[in-house]
Design a protein around this ligand. Structure first.
Ligand code: HEC
Length: 139
């Protein structure tokens, strides 16, 4: 990876995490009582404060990219590998929710997916339920 794109990725991370913090301040996390995640709540996290839709598209549709600031959109368009199609289970490398939890919390090594530390644990469980729904809907 070129030096420039490394710097770009770091900047992207800062840009996005700033925004996530703003969003986190604005809306308080709803308490989740379900032991199994709630996919509908996970969808709101995905398309909201988790900012997953920035890269993976609204509702996981890669052709439904949100309107972002031009510089942010340009950095995302340059990501290599490009963000996974989360509706296509065959295109996915991770096999378990444990692996997915790590990828979300710690970032996806070697890619532009940076660690998320703003989601609460119940929000993460809901997001995993939503990701499972996307894989089911896609197949
Ligand atoms: C900055 C862009 C970006 C953001 C924001 C982002 N991702 Fe990703 N995501 C990626 C990239 C890039 C990959 C890796 C693609 C690859 O390895 O081929 C990836 C991979 C993944 C994978 C692994 C798929 C697999 O099994 O191979 C999952 C699951 C995932 N993202 C979920 C999420 C969730 C949930 C969020 C929100 C919390 C999120 N992503 C936010 C860019 C992003």
């Amino acid at each position: 990876m070129s030096r420039l794109s490394c710097i770009g990725l770091v900047m992207l991370g800062i840009l996005l995490s700033d925004r996530a913090l703003v969003l986190a301040d604005r809306q308080q996390a709803k308490p989740s009582t379900a032991a199994q995640g709630d996919a509908e709540r996970g969808r709101a996290v995905f398309n909201g404060r988790g900012i997953c839709y920035y890269c993976h598209g609204v509702d996981g549709y890669r052709d439904k990219m949100p309107q972002l600031a031009a510089d942010t959109a340009a950095l995302i368009a340059q990501l290599n590998p490009s963000p996974t199609d989360l509706r296509n289970s065959k295109a996915q490398h991770l096999k378990t929710d444990k692996q997915r939890t790590r990828a979300i919390r710690e970032g996806h090594p070697g890619t532009g997916m940076f660690p998320d530390q703003t989601m609460t644990d119940p929000e993460l469980v809901d997001t995993l339920a939503y990701l499972a729904l996307l894989r089911r809907e896609g197949s």
